[in-house]
Design a protein. Structure first.
Length: 364
């Protein structure tokens, strides 16, 4: 066991013995996400860094949790490979551990899958200070409960990530972005229709840009397939669109920058859901499945009712003042059967309740 891991293990064991909470943190680029930290001492993962193993021909990389996300992506790009789910960075200090713990995916998520679909294995330190290894470096390696993927989106409440093994894919040989001028419902209808056709759809975004309604469609795949789709679909081809998609991934587009004193909500609904009655026109991604909404503080329950009626859910992604209003939870609490499972898992992995307490729910 190396010095960095030994230090983490000892800190967790001591904290469990003293019943003192720990606030696990990588680069801090996602501190805004989830419930505000409920106190405790900081425990950084940045010393747990480095690529442990990378075999490009096997499309697998094993990397320590404190490794910079930018470093990992640069290493993969040098071999013509990538993390196809386009994890958000939200700043230069984002880490691989933060990517897994937050479980957030970028513009291509609806077409290629989410973070959890690419996690093959994980090494963690649980709330007892035990080093546990789950999964491996191949796809068919799980019999029973897939614990490594359980860590995705757990916000560090079940264990401190030490390293993860990830499936990677080759960079697509061709890419094109098309723009269409159309309203929100027309865009949703078009996306649903295109989804049933053999088109290399990769990402989409619909936005109201100060009265100009635009649908942006990104195509990725074989050169012949992308060019044929461009001819079939029409639209206005957008040169040099990569920077705009990266800005969309990291919520840096003007639509997000103009949020002002409003909360930013993330609505997750079926792709086939129609345009919803919202405080204002949303920013729509994932072929209709993700809808970003800017809303005044206090609109949370209305947005959650709207999302539930459409068969989805709503998350307070970023509060206007950094902290949520009193009584305004960031995440919707699971229904009683699932809530019981969550709490049972928490007790098994972190019996003393010291790991990131309150980050998922105020009493979790």
């Amino acid at each position: 066991m190396d010095a960095a891991l030994s230090y983490v293990v000892e800190r967790i064991r001591q904290s469990a013995a003293d019943r003192l909470p720990l606030r696990i943190r990588g680069g801090g680029t996602k501190d805004f996400y989830g419930e505000p930290a409920a106190g405790g001492e900081w425990l950084s993962t940045t010393a747990l860094n480095g690529i442990v193993a990378y075999e490009p021909s096997e499309l697998v990389v094993t990397v320590r949790a404190g490794t910079s996300l930018a470093v990992l992506e640069s290493t993969l790009a040098a071999q013509g490979q990538c993390l196809p789910f386009e994890p958000p960075h939200f700043g230069p200090g984002g880490t691989v551990g933060g990517m897994v713990a937050a479980g957030l995916s970028g513009p291509a998520r609806a077409s290629v899958g989410a973070v959890r679909d690419y996690v093959l294995g994980a090494t963690i330190v649980n709330g007892r200070g035990e080093v546990l290894v789950f999964g491996g470096q191949v796809m068919k390696n799980v019999a029973g409960y897939d614990v490594s993927r359980l860590m995705v989106g757990a916000m560090g409440t079940l264990g401190l990530l030490v390293e993860v093994s990830l499936k990677v894919l080759a960079l697509p040989p061709a890419e094109a972005t098309l723009r269409f001028e159309m309203g929100q419902q027309q865009a949703l209808d078009r996306l649903n229709a295109w989804g049933g056709q053999p088109l290399p759809l990769n990402a989409s975004a619909w936005v109201d840009d100060r009265g100009l309604h635009s649908l942006y469609l990104r195509l990725r795949g074989a050169t012949a397939a992308v060019e044929a789709a461009c001819r079939t679909l029409g639209g206005e081809r957008q040169p040099d669109a990569a920077a705009d998609w990266a800005a969309s991934r990291d919520l840096r587009l003007p639509w997000f920058a103009e949020r002002g004193e409003r909360d930013l909500w993330r609505l997750s609904v079926p792709q086939t859901a129609p345009a919803l009655e919202l405080p204002e026109l949303p920013y729509v991604e994932w072929h209709g499945a993700q809808r970003w909404v800017r809303a005044a503080p206090g609109e949370g329950e209305r947005l959650r009712r709207t999302a539930r009626a459409a068969g989805g859910s709503a998350t307070l992604f970023m509060a206007a003042a950094g902290d949520a209003a009193p009584g305004e939870p960031r995440f919707e609490r699971p229904q009683p059967p699932l809530d019981r499972i969550h709490r049972d898992l928490k007790r098994q992995f972190d019996p003393a309740g010291i790991l990131n307490p309150g980050r998922l729910y105020p009493d979790f």
